[in-house]
Design a protein around this ligand. Structure first.
Ligand code: C2E
Ligand code: CA
Ligand code: CA
Length: 931
């Protein structure tokens, strides 16, 4: 507080101020001067002299009048003041004023017209940290110097009352540490005039509105935050009058962005009228209801039409509030557009309904189970599949908690659970489940684990399909694939699988032993042909039954093909196996009585012992079959144990077949020719073409070795064609040398069987320009008998063409004469076994003689094959045999040798020698064309 003494400072200054009596005297003197000037001027004007400039007079007169007016007024005031005021009255006024200033709560400062502080109150001193009595200049002292008050102050000095708007200022202070604080001040400059009306002081009033301003700003911030929050939440504030249902939307600033509608809710009068008619009534009721109970929250949704033809869903959330005078209750709250949420909710609901319908009506059994196996829900198909009436059995019954007990194999349950936990799903798991009545069915199951966002398993969902029918048909198919439908015995595939298992077992189990038997019925096709397939099938059944009876429980019988069977025996010794084979042979040899007929059949049996070189079942089957074929070769109705020799031979044969296929292209096949001579004169009658194979490794291979192979593999056809063509070509050339020569060509059974032989022969004769009568086709006796009817036809056609026909190896086939007569033959070639046996005794001689007589009786030419000795020749000569062939005359020779030895002119030719040595009785040597 300023002391009384200090306050006096401001008041005493008023005394010393200019403008008192002295000013008044000064003005009076000045007035006298002006009047004297005025009087002088008037006088000069009257006398016609011009001591002054024209116009000076009226100006001086006007100034004098003004000055006179002022002086009179001031004199009057001065007079009044010096005579009317009581002594001590000024003092009291000032004290009064001072008290008022000091007690004013706002900072107050009174300055003179230069801005120098005349007085200030405590609030002012506090605000600017002034000490009492301190000089303070408003316009030059810190901090106000920088506050730009000059303009306002000068206007105040000129008499204008100025109020500056509230403004933030920086108030620096010197305290340590020095700094500043921001304050918001409002300045008012009020000019104070003296008695003469001049501004001599300025009353400065400051309002510190820092605190208020701060609060206002906070409120404004709070408001904008709230608005931002509402905007962010897509909400607007809203007020509902429960009595009228009037809705007033607040926060208009954020409205357009709050709602999805382009024009939002801004400026919408009578908003309540936009509510959907169906929702209006309910909405009003709710509002009224909630208005009655204070603090009750209302959360409701309703439709409004913000745009023509489009309905939006709005949500109101709020509470009832009483007005301040308690006269009215309003519902205050927020409103937001929930159209999207509503639409999403609706689609969700729809899809859920769809899913539920799908789930309920699905044909697949579907389930949802907790990870602990308890059922959440199953559908009707699931219940039906397992023989229950309704899903309730699982959802509420005891089964619900032990869902997985339906599995027939309990371990499946754990495996499935573990897979679901580890991999999250199982696919097409095929397993058996038990139905309510205890029966088992096959199901295929798919399931997956449903997880939350964090990857935690919530539950499992899955589906089951009944695949029993498929499984059964699969089993049926499997049975068909592995069993022979006629005998119901395992088939070759099953047997091979069994052998494979045995091969695996024998490697790990040293005590384990097994062997294979393979048997084929001898002449079964003849039984089929003679008695028909029905009897054949019956016989096979009987055979399989008889075999089965001969076997032990550890033995497996399988049917491989029509009359081929396999047996796998386990745990038998070598002799035990042989005994079994013999027993089987004997059993099958016994008569089968079928449909009143006695049928006899035998079996050829191959035996194969396991040996460690075998790793694949097919190798074992191959070898045991080879042993069976060996048994056949050795005369049938016997058993043969496989030896590696058989396989070797088989392999050689296989190799040879491969080579033979290439032999033609490589020109390894050649023809040699063996002369056939007339036995009456020793002349060369013809030649037999005999094939040779010049194998690059094995040298010359005999036709006995490769012709049967060629017949088996079908190679005989191209080989035979080549032989025919080559030999015809050759004889055509040689006939130029001796035009009576005939070429004998061997024809295989396979060639004869094949249709079109006659066409081929015809073509070759055409191509080589050879007369048919120069070609003699040799057919073995047994071959000719094979398919008689067809052969007779073919041979007749050949005969018709003029080709000669011979029966080769005659006598080995024991053909009946009646049969032979049906063939259009020209010649018989007596097999060399008869000729070589001529030395052995009289009985053989008789046989040969009988054969020759027979042939002669049929008017056939006779050729004696294999004449090796003179004695044989002489014997044959006595039988009146026409021709002879044999080493005695010549071996089969290369064409060049034939030409040099048999055709060259001169004494040393073979024919000359033969003639001289073998036919001395003939007087004249044989003639050749060249002779
Ligand atoms: P094959 O038709 O009976 O032929 C006669 C065979 O007896 C020939 O054997 C011949 O060399 C042999 N031979 C002839 N005279 C004597 C003899 O005095 N003593 C002995 N020990 N043997 C004699 P090769 O050439 O080995 O022919 C064997 C068989 O091969 C032929 O018997 C024939 O069946 C067949 N063959 C030969 N060439 C062909 C051919 O081109 N086609 C066909 N399909 N088979 C042929
Ligand atoms: Ca022959
Ligand atoms: Ca022969």
């Amino acid at each position: 507080m300023l002391t009384h003494q200090q306050n006096r400072k401001f008041l005493s200054k008023d005394k010393a101020r200019p403008g008192g009596k002295s000013v008044f005297l000064l003005r009076f003197l000045l007035l006298c001067c002006l009047f004297s000037v005025l009087a002088g001027s008037l006088w000069a004007f009257k006398e016609g002299t011009e001591p002054f400039q024209p116009g000076l007079f009226p100006g001086a007169a006007l100034a004098g009048l003004v000055l006179l007016g002022f002086t009179i007024r001031r004199g009057f005031e001065f007079f009044r003041s010096s005579h009317s005021k009581e002594p001590g009255r000024d003092e009291a006024d000032r004290d009064q004023l001072n008290k008022i200033i000091q007690s004013t709560p706002q900072p107050i400062l009174i300055v003179d017209s230069s801005g120098k502080a005349l007085t200030f109150n405590k609030r002012f001193a506090d605000l600017f940290a002034l000490v009492p009595g301190q000089d303070f200049f408003l316009l030059s002292d810190q901090p106000t110097a920088s506050w730009d008050l000059k303009d306002a102050f000068s206007r105040a000095v000129l008499g204008e009352s100025i109020v500056l708007p509230e403004m933030w200022r920086k108030l620096y202070f010197q305290k340590s540490p020095p700094g500043y604080r921001e304050i918001c001040l409002s300045w008012a400059f009020i000019p104070v005039r003296n008695a003469s009306g001049l501004v001599e002081k300025v009353y400065v009033k400051i309002e510190d509105c820092t605190e208020r301003k701060r609060q206002e700003e906070e409120i404004a911030q709070e408001k904008s935050r709230l608005q931002a929050a509402l905007k962010g939440a897509r909400q607007v504030t809203c007020e509902i009058d429960p009595l009228t249902g009037k809705i007033v939307i607040g926060s208009p600033n954020s409205g357009s962005e709050t709602f999805y509608r382009p024009d939002g809710l801004n400026g919408l009068e009578n908003f309540e009228e936009l509510i959907h008619p169906d929702d209006q009534h309910q909405f009003l009721n709710l509002v009224k209801e909630h208005a009655l109970q204070q603090d009750a929250h209302l959360n409701t949704q309703f439709r409004v039409q913000l745009e023509p033809g489009e309905w939006s869903w709005l949500q109101f959330r709020g509470q009832a509030f009483a007005s301040s005078d308690n006269s009215q209750t309003m519902l205050l709250g927020v409103m937001m557009d929930v159209t999207r949420e509503k639409e999403y909710e609706l689609t969700l609901k729809e899809s859920e309904t769809r899913y539920r319908t799908l789930f309920a009506n699905a044909l697949e059994g579907m389930y949802l189970i907790h990870t602990n196996d308890s059922v959440i829900c199953v559908n009707q198909a699931f219940a039906t599949l397992l023989g229950y009436d309704s899903p309730a059995h699982f959802e509420t019954g005891s089964l619900g908690t032990h869902f997985s007990q339906i599995y027939y194999i309990p371990k499946i349950r754990e495996i499935k659970r573990q897979t679901l936990l580890d991999k999250g799903q199982i696919q097409q798991m095929e397993t058996q489940v038990r139905r309510r009545d205890g029966s088992l069915i096959w199901i295929s199951e798919n399931a997956r684990a449903i997880k939350d966002d964090a990857g935690n398993i919530l539950y499992f969902e899955g589906s089951l399909t009944d695949i029993t029918a498929r499984k059964e048909s699969e089993e049926c198919l499997l049975h068909q694939a592995l069993y022979d439908h006629r005998t119901n015995l395992p088939n070759r595939s099953f047997f091979a699988e069994k052998v494979d298992q045995a091969l695996k077992k024998v490697r790990s189990d040293l005590d384990y032993a097994f062997a294979l038997l393979y048997f084929d019925l001898d002449g079964f096709s003849a039984i089929n042909d003679s008695f028909g397939h029905f009897v054949g099938d019956r016989l096979l059944l009987e055979v399989s039954q008889r075999t089965q009876e001969a076997l032990g429980p550890a033995d497996t019988l399988a049917r491989f093909s029509s009359d081929e069977f396999g047996i796998m025996v386990e745990g038998r010794s070598r002799t035990g196996i042989q005994d079994l084979a013999e027993k089987l042979r004997q059993e099958l040899e016994k008569v089968f009585a079928l449909d009143g007929m006695d049928i006899f059949i035998t079996a050829s049996i191959g035996i194969l012992d396991y040996d460690p070189t075998y790793t694949r079942p097919e190798d074992m089957l191959r070898d045991v079959e080879l042993a069976m074929h060996q048994a056949k070769k050795r005369g049938k109705n016997q058993w043969v144990i496989f030896s590696s020799e058989m396989y070797k031979r088989k392999s050689e044969r296989t190799l040879m077949e491969k080579d033979l296929r290439r032999a033609m292209d490589r020109e390894e096949l050649v023809l040699n020719y063996q002369p056939i001579v007339r036995l009456d004169c020793g002349e060369l009658n013809g030649l037999e073409a005999l094939i040779r194979w010049n194998h690059p490794e094995h040298g010359c291979v005999s036709p006995d070795k490769f012709i049967p192979l060629a017949e088996d593999t079908g190679l005989i056809e191209p080989i035979g064609d080549w032989v025919l063509r080559e030999s015809c070509r050759q004889i055509k050339i040689w006939r130029e040398h001796n035009n009576s020569l005939i070429m004998n060509v061997n024809i295989s059974a396979k060639q004869l069987e094949k249709a079109g032989l006659e066409r081929k022969v015809y073509q070759v004769l055409q191509d080589t320009n050879l007369e048919a009568r120069c070609l003699n086709l040799e057919i073995t006796e047994s071959m000719a008998m094979l398919k008689m009817e067809a052969n007779v036809r073919t041979l007749n056609r050949l005969k018709y063409m003029g080709v000669r026909l011979s029966i080769d190896d005659f006598g080995t086939g024991y053909s009946s004469l009646a049969h032979l007569q049906r063939f259009p033959l020209d010649e018989l070639k007596i097999d060399r076994s008869f000729i070589s046996s001529l030395n052995a005794g009289r009985s053989n001689i008789r046989i040969v003689q009988a054969i020759v007589e027979l042939a002669l009786g049929l008017k056939l030419q006779m050729v004696a094959e294999g004449i090796e000795t003179k004695a044989q020749l002489n014997k044959v000569k006595t039988f009146n045999c026409h021709y002879g062939q044999g080493f005695l005359f010549s071996k089969a020779l290369k064409p060049a040798d034939i030409e040099t030895i048999w055709f060259a002119p001169g004494q040393n030719t073979a024919s000359q020698n033969i003639f001289q040595n073998l036919f001395p009785e003939v007087a004249k040597p044989p003639l050749t064309n060249s002779d």
